[in-house]
Write a protein that binds this ligand. Structure first.
Ligand code: TYD
Length: 236
C-alpha cells in the first residue's frame, strides 16, 4: 500500500489517497481546536495518542459488532481506513448533562440523564454546527431515512459498549460525538473516537479527562488523554 497525495485537511486530521481507491490514510496531527476552530494550539504527542486511542476503540467496537472504518495502524500517527463518503451530520449521546445542553436548556451541569439524550448536529463551522432533526436530514438530502435510523441504532449500541468499558476503568462517559459514512452503500462508523470528541470524568473525583481541559484552559490536556488510555489498556 502506497501513500499518495493529500485529499483533505481538517482541523485535527488529514486524509491521504493510497494506490487502492477503497482505502485512505488518516493522519492524526497535534493541532487541537475548539469553539468551531477559533481556539487552535499544537499539543505535543496528541496526534500519536489519538491515533492509538482511536485504533483501540474502533477495534473494540468492531469486535463487538459495530461496523467501523478502521483497517489497521500504519505508524505512530497514521491509520489505514475505508474510503467513505462522510455523512455531514454528527450524532451525540449524553449520559450526563454538560456543555451545550446546559447552556441551551439551563439544566444543572452533572445531572444524570435517564434515558440518555440523543441529538443530531449539522457539520458546518460557519453556522456553528446547528442542532438539526431527522426531518432536516431527510429534506435537505444529507442522508437517507434508513441510514439515519442505522446511525441512531449504532450510536446507542456504542453507548452501551463504551459506558461499560470506561466505567470498568473508573470513568464516566458523560457524552460523545460520532460521525458515520457510506462505504459500498453501507453505513460505517468513521472519523475518530478519542478524548477530543467526548467527555470523560473520573468516577470518584469527577476530574475532567477530556478536551474540556483544553476548552477551559485547565492544562494537563495530553497527560489526561494518556491517563485515560493507560486506564483502559491502550498500548501507547
Ligand atoms: P456539546 O456539549 O454539544 O458541545 P460543546 O463542546 O460546544 O459544549 O458536545 C457534546 C459532546 O460531543 C462533547 O463531548 C463534544 C462532542 N462534540 C464534538 O466533538 N464536536 C462537535 O462539533 C460537537 C457538536 C460535539
Amino acid at each position: 500500500m502506497e501513500k499518495k497525495q493529500e485529499l483533505y485537511s481538517g482541523k485535527a486530521k488529514s486524509v491521504f489517497a493510497t494506490d487502492d481507491n477503497d482505502y485512505v490514510v488518516l493522519s492524526f496531527r497535534d493541532d487541537t481546536s475548539a469553539f468551531d476552530g477559533e481556539k487552535v494550539e499544537q499539543l505535543s504527542r496528541k496526534g500519536e495518542v489519538n491515533n492509538k486511542f482511536n485504533a483501540y476503540i474502533m477495534q473494540y467496537l468492531a469486535d463487538n459488532g459495530i461496523p467501523t472504518h478502521f483497517e489497521k495502524l500504519l505508524n505512530e500517527t497514521e491509520s489505514l481506513v475505508k474510503n467513505m463518503k462522510m455523512i455531514p451530520v454528527e450524532c451525540v449521546v449524553r449520559n450526563v448533562a454538560s456543555g451545550s445542553l446546559v447552556r441551551r436548556l439551563g439544566v444543572e451541569d452533572g445531572l444524570e440523564l435517564n434515558p440518555p439524550v440523543f441529538e443530531f448536529f449539522l457539520k458546518n463551522d460557519a453556522l456553528h454546527d446547528p442542532m438539526v432533526n431527522e426531518y432536516h436530514i431527510e429534506t435537505f438530502g444529507w442522508a437517507k431515512a434508513e441510514d439515519v435510523n442505522k446511525m441512531k441504532e449504532l450510536t446507542f449500541k456504542v453507548n452501551e459498549l463504551l459506558k461499560k468499558l470506561f466505567a470498568d476503568a473508573g470513568m464516566i462517559l458523560v457524552d460523545y460525538k460520532l460521525e458515520f459514512g457510506l462505504f459500498k452503500g453501507e453505513v460505517y462508523l468513521g472519523d475518530e473516537f478519542s478524548p477530543d470528541g467526548c467527555r470523560l470524568w473520573d468516577a470518584e473525583t469527577r476530574k475532567k479527562l477530556d478536551k474540556d481541559r483544553f476548552r477551559q484552559g485547565l492544562g494537563g490536556v495530553i497527560e489526561a488523554y494518556e491517563e485515560v488510555a493507560r486506564r483502559i489498556g491502550v498500548p501507547l
